[in-house]
Design a binder for this molecule. Structure first.
Ligand code: AMP
Length: 416
């Protein structure tokens, strides 16, 4: 029989590595809650049309990366490739805009894209992201960028570059599109196959292409920033001024467009500059999408969001000292005392301590080994003599010391 394995590009996160994930996730929740964000959890599966309409038909995600299937009622469903579309759907479905002038949401969870797996690029990956509805910016835009940078810095990820750009709003986008097309059309035959095919529908995509032949042409393309309207220009200038005021370093990158269709005005990416990331060095991508809520049937509502890939953050997360995962491991000198061990463990757990015990009846040596491996801070050893005297022998596994402690004062001793 062939071996059963996980789907290519989709990985198990085993208990031995989960501590690092918890650290990232805990720090993320703490950081965003300090900024007034509340968590939203949306389904992992959505109607396919949601992503086609919001992300855009002529994008890599929609053209080739979605996991789309028909359910038993012949409905087309898709595993979410990103979080923003689902958040907007939920925001509209529950008419949140009618009751809250500004909503600040965050999410954390797996996303699915059928990309070619590589270091830092998977088919199931985790994103942590934020969305703000109802605030046109630019100060909230600056706050979001600052939030990402301070979150990453607090984790010890400091080799970063923030890149920002403005895509302008409705008219600007149209005018820029025209001048970009005028530049690209004569060069069309030199573009990659994908870019040739999408040229008329989505010329901006060429600027974002990874194909070397496209990149050479994109480098000489007209700049978006030269096409901004006065309002767009003022919005962008105020964003820069706010980042300056916060002391958040950034670089203006006029060629930054990103792979999704829905962005307007502010666009940003945070790149990791450390050596551990390889080619997949975009840690965070975000931007404003002021048109999407109206396009999906809601009222005109400004919106901005970002998402970070947690696997990529883990690749540049400095090693932390291993934390103790258990307070106490209970060990018995004889198999007959196992029930006693389970009872002590139960009492200590009720006091809020993290406790495990080896209930198989193995040798002391093997139990001590397990205590060590489970990174318990203390081992509580019980033998018949201790039991009769109402005591346990408490070994401090970090300090290498031991003492006899009355069972009745065990909790107090451990609390110390
Ligand atoms: P996007 O939703 O494409 O703007 O991506 C936002 C962030 O998600 C990126 O900066 C990456 O950190 C992460 N990301 C996107 N696609 C993948 C993937 N296939 N594997 C791992 N991380 C990803």
């Amino acid at each position: 029989m062939s071996k059963l394995r996980s789907v290519k590009g989709m990985n198990d996160l085993l208990p031995s590595e989960i501590g690092r994930w918890h650290r990232l996730e805990r720090a993320f929740r703490e950081a965003v809650e300090r900024y007034g964000f509340a968590e939203v959890r949306t389904p992992i599966v959505e109607p396919t049309a949601l992503f086609v309409r919001s992300i855009g038909e002529a994008t890599d995600i929609v053209e080739k990366e979605m996991y789309t299937f028909e359910d038993k009622a012949d409905k087309s469903l898709t595993l979410r490739p990103e979080g923003t579309a689902s958040c907007v759907r939920a925001y509209l479905e529950h008419s949140i805009g009618n009751v809250e002038p500004v909503s600040k949401w965050y999410y954390l969870g797996p996303m699915y894209r059928r990309e070619r797996p590589a270091k830092g690029r998977y088919r199931q990956f985790y994103q942590a992201g934020c969305e703000v509805y109802g605030d046109p910016g630019p100060y909230v835009d600056a706050e979001l960028i600052d939030l990402v940078v301070s979150y990453l810095s607090a984790l010890g990820i400091t080799e970063l570059e923030v890149q920002i750009n403005s895509l302008g709003s409705g008219d600007t986008r149209e005018r820029y599109r025209d001048s970009l097309l005028a530049y690209l059309r004569p060069l069309a035959s030199k573009l990659s196959e994908d870019s040739q095919r999408r040229l008329e529908r989505n010329p901006l995509r060429v600027l974002d292409s990874k194909a070397p032949e496209d990149q050479a042409i994109a480098a000489e393309a007209p700049s978006l920033l030269d096409h901004l309207s006065e309002d767009d220009r003022a919005h962008f200038a105020d964003l820069c001024a706010a980042l300056d005021a916060f002391g958040t370093p950034y670089r203006v990158e006029p060629k930054l467009v990103r792979g999704l269709d829905y962005y307007t005005r502010t666009l940003f990416e945070v790149k990791g500059l450390g050596a551990d990331l390889g080619a997949q060095n975009t840690l965070c991508g975000g931007g404003r999408y002021d048109g999407m809520i109206r396009e999906l049937g809601g009222a005109d509502t400004p919106a901005i969001g970002f998402a970070m890939g947690l696997e990529r953050l883990l690749l540049c997360l400095p090693d932390a000292e291993a934390e103790d995962t258990l307070d106490v491991f209970v060990i018995v000198q004889k198999p007959e005392l196992r029930l006693e061990a389970a009872k002590i463990a139960r009492t200590l757990r009720a006091e809020g301590l993290a406790v495990d015990a080896d209930l198989r009846g193995t040798s002391m040596k093997s139990q001590l080994r397990r205590a060590d491996r489970s990174r318990a801070r203390f081992a509580a050893v019980i033998g018949e003599a201790e039991l009769a005297a109402g005591k346990v022998q408490l070994k401090d596994l970090r300090a290498g010391t031991q003492e006899d402690v009355e069972r009745s004062s065990l909790v107090a001793r451990l609390a110390r």
